[in-house]
Design a protein around this ligand. Structure first.
Ligand code: 6PG
Length: 210
């Protein structure tokens, strides 16, 4: 049987402020997206909620808006809280205000969760949309942004919760999250099987142990 060897490079960079994290992340991300577009004509980027990514979205929209053909980028959202999309708690709302509403993008490449008060059906709908995209393009994700909570959760995958090990589908409903809102939907490991670049954007001393 042929064996496949993967090389994974992990680099931890420490900065004096969340603003400096955002600047570095924005610059690196633009390079990654540009290079993906150069190589295969499009890029796939999974976006994150949270305050540190928010600063990085703002940095991109302030500095780099003209530097990329945004119409070639597929955007997904890594996890969403079960709240209306205009709620202050919505990850989409935050990301839209800071970045998506400011770039000239191709709406067909926006792969977004919907909200219907039923996170199980919303997870099913989003799962289909993500499955369709991967079946058209293949499984590669060029860039994955992740936030991280003080308990070490990322996306809406919480330590000790069953969704962490679920590889049966791309999108999972989450109930009884330890952080409100209790109901969410999240990408699971199946969606992250071929991520080329992942940035974990985390700030705050309370996250040090995680
Ligand atoms: C959520 C958030 C959450 C966030 C982390 C880090 O849906 O509850 O997106 O997962 O990414 O808690 O958030 P901060 O960067 O704001 O600390």
């Amino acid at each position: 049987m042929a064996s496949i060897i993967y090389f994974i490079m992990v680099e931890v960079k420490v900065f004096d402020s969340p603003t400096l994290i955002a600047k570095e992340s924005a610059k690196l991300s633009l390079d990654i997206l540009k290079s993906a577009i150069g190589q295969r004509g499009y890029a796939v980027w999974i976006l994150a909620g949270g305050t540190t990514p928010l600063l990085a979205y703002k940095e991109i929209s302030d500095k780099y808006i003209k530097d990329l053909d945004w119409r070639r980028v597929y955007f997904l959202i890594g996890d969403e809280r079960s709240v209306a999309i205009d709620s202050p708690e919505s990850n989409y709302r935050l990301i839209n205000e800071a970045l998506l509403s400011k770039v000239d993008l191709d709406r067909d490449k926006l792969i977004l969760p919907r909200y219907s008060e039923d996170n199980i059906s919303d997870a099913d709908t989003y799962n289909l949309a993500v499955a369709k995209m991967f079946s058209n393009l293949g499984p590669e994700v060029d860039l994955l942004w992740l936030g991280m909570g003080e308990d070490g959760h990322t996306l809406s995958l919480f330590p000790g919760h069953q969704e962490i090990n679920n590889q049966s589908r791309y999108v999972l409903p989450v109930n009884n999250a330890p952080k409100p809102p209790l109901e969410r939907i999240t990408l699971g490991l199946k969606a992250l099987s071929e991520v080329k670049h992942c940035q974990v954007l985390a700030s705050g001393s309370l996250k040090k142990d995680a």
